[in-house]
Ligand binder design. Structure first.
Ligand code: NAD
Length: 254
C-alpha cells in the first residue's frame, strides 16, 4: 500500500471511461481516501454511483471557471479532511468548433475559454488549496502530445496544453518551497467524452496502434499506474516534469 491514509481529491471523473476514473481507482487500490469533484449539478447523478463504487469519502461540485465554487470546494475539503495529500486535475474544455479545421480561425472567446478551463484552472486550484496541502503533497495535471507538436484538429487545446505544462513548471517552483510537487502526465489518446469532441479522433487511435513502440493504445488504468507513482513517495524528488504514458509514441521520428 503506497498511499495508506493519504487524502486524494480528484477533479474530472464524469464516467467510467474518464482518465480520472482510472487514476481514482489506482489511488484507492493503494489505500487513499478519495473525494471526487464534478463540474455541474447535472453530472452529480452520474458521479454518485461511481463515488459509491470507489468508496469515496465525499463528492463536491466545482466548476473550475468559477472562483466562488473553487473557494467553497477548498472550504469543504478543509472541513472534511483538514489537509490534502494528492490533487488530481483531469479537466479540459474547448468549444467543438475550435477542435476542427484551421487553428488560425480560433475565436478570441474560444481561445480564452480553452485556456481558462484547461490551464488557468490549475493555477486557481493550487492557489485556493495552497494552505491545505500537506508537506510532501503531490499535484498532477493531464497534458497531451499536442502541446509540443501539431496534431490535426487539436488546435486551441494544443496551445492550452502548452500553457498547462508551463503552469506546472512555475507552480512547481512556487509550491516546492513547502515540499509540494507539481507534475504533468501526458497520456496517449483514449476514447473518452472529452476526446469525442476532437474531429478525426479515431484516426489518431489507429496511428498509435501502427506506429507506437508498444503497438497498442493506452487505457485509463495505464495512466492510473503513473498517477500512483506521482502521488506516492516513490517520486519524492520529481517535480515540474511531464511524463508520457503513450506507448512510447512521443519518441518516434519519421
Ligand atoms: N482522452 C484523451 O485522449 C486524452 C489524452 C491526453 C490528455 N487528456 C486529458 O485528460 C483530461 C481528462 O479528460 P478525459 O479524456 O478523461 O475526458 P472526460 O470527458 O472523461 O473528462 C474531462 C473532465 O473535465 C471536466 N470539466 C470540463 N469543464 C469543466 C469545468 N469548467 N469545471 C470542472 N470540470 C470540468 C468534465 O466534467 C470531465 O469530468 C483532460 O485534461 C484531457 O485533455 C485526454
Amino acid at each position: 500500500m503506497l498511499l495508506e491514509g493519504k487524502k486524494a481529491l480528484v477533479f474530472g471523473v464524469v464516467n467510467e471511461r474518464s482518465i480520472a476514473y482510472g487514476i481514482a481507482k489506482a489511488l484507492k487500490a493503494h489505500g487513499a481516501h478519495l473525494a471526487l469533484s464534478y463540474a455541474a449539478e447535472p453530472i452529480k447523478k452520474r458521479i454518485e454511483p461511481i463515488a459509491e463504487e470507489l468508496g469515496a469519502d465525499f463528492i463536491l461540485q466545482c466548476n473550475v471557471s468559477d472562483d466562488a465554487e473553487i473557494a467553497s470546494a477548498a472550504e469543504r475539503v478543509r472541513r472534511e479532511w483538514g489537509l490534502v495529500d494528492v490533487l488530481v486535475h483531469s479537466i479540459a474544455y474547448a468549444n467543438r468548433e475550435d477542435l476542427r479545421g484551421r487553428f488560425i480561425d480560433t475565436s478570441r472567446e474560444g481561445f480564452g475559454l480553452a485556456l481558462d478551463v484547461s490551464a488557468f484552472s490549475l493555477v486557481a486550484l493550487c492557489r485556493a488549496f495552497e494552505g491545505l496541502f500537506s508537506p510532501g503533497a503531490s499535484v498532477m495535471a493531464m497534458s497531451y502530445y499536442g502541446s509540443g507538436k501539431v496534431v490535426a484538429n487539436y488546435n486551441a487545446m494544443g496551445v492550452a496544453k502548452a500553457a498547462l505544462e508551463a503552469c506546472v513548471r512555475y507552480l512547481a517552483v512556487d509550491l516546492g518551497a513547502r515540499g509540494v510537487r507539481v507534475n504533468c502526465i501526458s497520456p496517449g489518446p483514449v476514447k473518452t467524452l472529452a476526446a469525442s469532441a476532437i474531429s478525426g479522433f479515431s484516426s489518431i487511435l489507429e496511428t498509435i496502434e501502427q506506429r507506437a513502440p508498444l503497438k497498442r493504445n493506452i487505457t485509463p488504468d495505464d495512466v492510473g499506474g503513473c498517477a500512483l507513482y506521482l502521488a506516492s513517495n516513490l517520486s519524492s524528488a520529481v517535480t515540474g516534469a511531464t511524463i508520457f504514458v503513450d506507448s512510447g509514441y512521443n519518441i518516434m521520428g519519421v
